[in-house]
Design a protein around this ligand. Structure first.
Ligand code: HEC
Length: 232
């Protein structure tokens, strides 16, 4: 093969490659290839909405879990440019459960149940008439007694500084969390969280004395109050 033939052969090879490229270019103009960063499908309307809260709880380590990242991407793509859906709080606060009043709690409680719950107190308190003070003062006749009023017991400054007597209402508040109700109290007892338990213990305390003050009256439920107002 001489030089001219070599030249022609090279020209035709280069020409072929150029031809293939240009055909490819023309075809690309009519049917563009999908760009890899574009989503290949849009989620159907009936796909369950992504539970963002559950994803956020495990944030960010769960982004490596299979599917989580994709669900996030789908969600972001889905909600792009939309305003947030109104939540329950935006639509109005959920009707708050009004806790039963102390009168109702006391009416429903029994002293026997309260005596059982008061086992939490016996490591520090004696409940008998004329009984000793322990870590805490003797609690015979405590309802109605002056706060910090047991003779001979050395109370904390906080208890001494508290004016007034032990009403059912104040016992109910104090026993829920002594430290929070009376910062500085020496009574290192976490408290009785359940209102029913406190009411039962207080009902039991009321049996420890000759003349307990009368219990507060049970209040009618909130709806009845509203009805009564309408009727007037
Ligand atoms: C860890 C020991 C401890 C436990 C348990 C405990 N208390 Fe006390 N309590 C005390 C101490 C100490 C005081 C004195 C507080 C002060 O001076 O600040 C006190 C004070 C009181 C007072 C005030 C008495 C007064 O004379 O003013 C009442 C009422 C009381 N306790 C009720 C209870 C009841 C009811 C329970 C159980 C549900 C209980 N306590 C459990 C240690 C305890």
């Amino acid at each position: 093969m001489n030089g001219t033939r070599w030249f022609l052969a090279s020209v035709s090879v280069v020409g072929c490659i150029a031809l293939i490229w240009s055909i490819d270019w023309v075809v690309e103009q009519f049917s563009p290839e999908d760009h890899p960063s574009r989503v290949a499908y849009t989620p159907d309307e009936d796909i369950a909405p992504v539970d963002l809260a559950s994803i956020q709880r495990g944030w960010p380590s769960n982004l490596d879990d299979p599917g989580v990242r994709n669900r996030m991407m789908a969600h972001l793509n889905d909600t792009k440019g939309t305003v947030p859906r109104p939540t329950a709080s935006a639509a109005g606060p959920a009707k708050a459960e009004t806790p039963p009043d102390l009168g109702t709690l006391l009416a429903n409680a029994t002293a026997a149940e309260g005596e059982g719950k008061a086992r939490a107190c016996v490591s520090c308190h004696d409940f008998t008439s004329g009984g000793p003070d322990r870590i805490g003062p003797n609690l015979w006749n405590v309802v109605g007694r002056d706060i910090g009023g047991k003779q001979g017991f050395s109370y904390s400054g906080a208890m001494n500084a508290q004016p007034g007597g032990w009403t059912y209402e104040y016992l109910f508040e104090y026993l829920a969390s002594p430290a929070r109700s009376m910062p500085g109290t020496k009574m290192t007892f976490a408290g009785l969280r359940r209102p029913e338990d406190r009411a039962a213990v207080i009902k039991y305390l009321a049996t420890l004395g000759a003349n307990p003050p009368p219990f507060p009256q049970p209040q009618p439920p909130a709806e009845d109050v509203a009805d009564a107002e309408v009727a007037q």
